[in-house]
Design a protein around this ligand. Structure first.
Ligand code: SAH
Ligand code: SF4
Length: 388
């Protein structure tokens, strides 16, 4: 029998597995705490587990951590790990320390199949979904390494917030994501509140609806454009799930969400989506006055503007600071809570959209993107157009 990786299990799955060994749920809880709260991977050191259980664990299970290839530290304290996940793929995880919190940005896939135009992960194509153990393994590694490095006392946490904003589209890896979220939230695991775990999606409408039922955590939606014509060119998933459906899903999500707003992320691209007219259009969209969404459907939200982080081959530029500020002011004047994301860790390529790891593309997304860029170069007006 092949040894199972206990990082693949949420507490219910671990309890079921332990029951198969003839062990009570209480034992599973103890084991879960050793793994996630104490960061222990050696069953022999789990001193309050019976010898018979430790022997069984030694035979049938392991705690399979990720293999770090590098750990880089930015001047601003941001830390980036590169993990080898086999088959020529590597993924990235970023820790962003702030005064009152420590946020871990976690990857959900090796690559991404959505292929957004402004995202370096998207340009690399897609190799495979990460397993629950590989998603949780990023948190396990970061939390316990940082605790040691920062010399934290027992019970102190290095990571207080998790954002699923690394490589990949988390809602295209739903089956592996949800157990991982449960480990993060579990009191016997990392004990993070639902408000402090954020799933960021480019707009997988059916999975937003399922997440609302299965595990409603904070939701961020990568909007980037407030009309379908423009969003189609930036986020290809929009052709499948246009704004009307996305806004409805966001609205409905709030019935169960731990926060009373959706965060809309908006990457500021010079000359593409950053004019005063685009700002007005965004205001109209969330207020339920856009022709591209259901009339009257208001979505309570906060807007997070992300200055574009350039990478080679994107063919796009970051909006100038004055334009980002003017855009933010226009939204604020209309009553929308708006923040501008500070760029962190760009000296180690750890900023939003710069996570590229190493991906053995199996989808030839990069070829499609290249073709699309060439086609658009022949019709440049569309990308910058504002929907009337
Ligand atoms: N796939 C998910 C989560 C990962 S991307 C999503 O798209 O939401 C995390 C965030 O980084 C998204 O808001 C994404 O739009 C943004 N992003 C991607 N590339 C970027 C870039 N080059 N500059 C700034 N932000 C970028
Ligand atoms: Fe994928 Fe998100 Fe990048 Fe789009 S922005 S390509 S959905 S990781």
């Amino acid at each position: 029998m092949r040894a199972v990786n206990l990082l693949d299990f949420d507490l219910d799955a671990l309890a079921t597995w332990c029951a198969g060994l003839g062990e009570k749920r209480f034992r599973a809880q103890q084991l879960f705490r050793w793994i996630h709260q104490k960061g222990e991977s050696d069953f022999e050191r789990m001193s309050d587990l019976a010898r018979t259980l430790r022997d069984k664990l030694g035979q049938h299970a392991r705690v399979q951590a990720l293999l770090p290839m590098s750990e880089r530290r930015s001047a601003d304290g941001t830390v980036k790990w590169l993990f080898d996940v086999g088959g020529g793929n590597a993924i990235e995880t970023v820790f962003i320390p702030e005064e009152d919190r420590g946020t871990l940005c976690i990857s959900s896939q090796a690559g991404c199949a959505v292929g957004c135009r402004f995202c370096s992960t998207g340009h690399q194509g897609f190799s495979r979904n990460l397993t629950t153990g590989e998603i949780v393994g990023q948190l396990w590694h970061a939390e316990h390494v940082l605790r040691r490095q920062l010399g934290l006392a027992a019970g102190e946490r290095a990571i207080t917030n998790v954002v699923m904003m690394g490589m990949g589209e988390p809602l295209q890896n739903y089956a592996e994501l949800v157990p991982a979220l449960r480990v993060m939230l579990d009191d016997h695991g990392y004990g993070l509140s639902r408000r402090r775990v954020t799933v960021s999606t480019s707009g997988m409408v059916p999975m937003i609806e399922r997440l609302r039922e299965d595990c409603p955590v904070a939701l961020a939606v990568s909007l980037h454009a407030a009309n379908d014509a423009l969003r189609d060119t930036l986020v290809p998933l929009n052709r499948k799930y246009p704004l009307a459906e996305l806004m409805q899903a966001c609205h409905d999500y709030l019935e169960r969400a731990p926060r009373d707003f959706i965060t809309f992320e908006y990457c500021m691209l010079d000359g593409v989506n950053d004019s005063e007219a685009h700002a007005r259009e965004l205001v109209e969209l969330v207020a339920g006055r856009s022709a591209d969404a259901a009339p009257g459907l208001r979505v309570p939200c906060k807007i997070n503007l992300i200055p574009f982080n350039p990478f080679p081959q994107s063919g796009l530029r970051r909006s100038p600071n004055e334009r980002v500020l003017a855009f933010a002011r226009a939204l604020q004047r209309a009553g929308l809570v708006t923040t501008i994301r500070r760029t962190r860790g760009d000296d180690i390529d750890a900023a939003c959209g710069q996570l590229a790891g190493e991906v053995r593309d199996r989808t030839r997304v990069h070829v499609r993107l290249q073709r699309r860029r060439e086609a658009e170069a022949g019709a440049p007006a569309q990308a910058g157009g504002v929907h009337a």
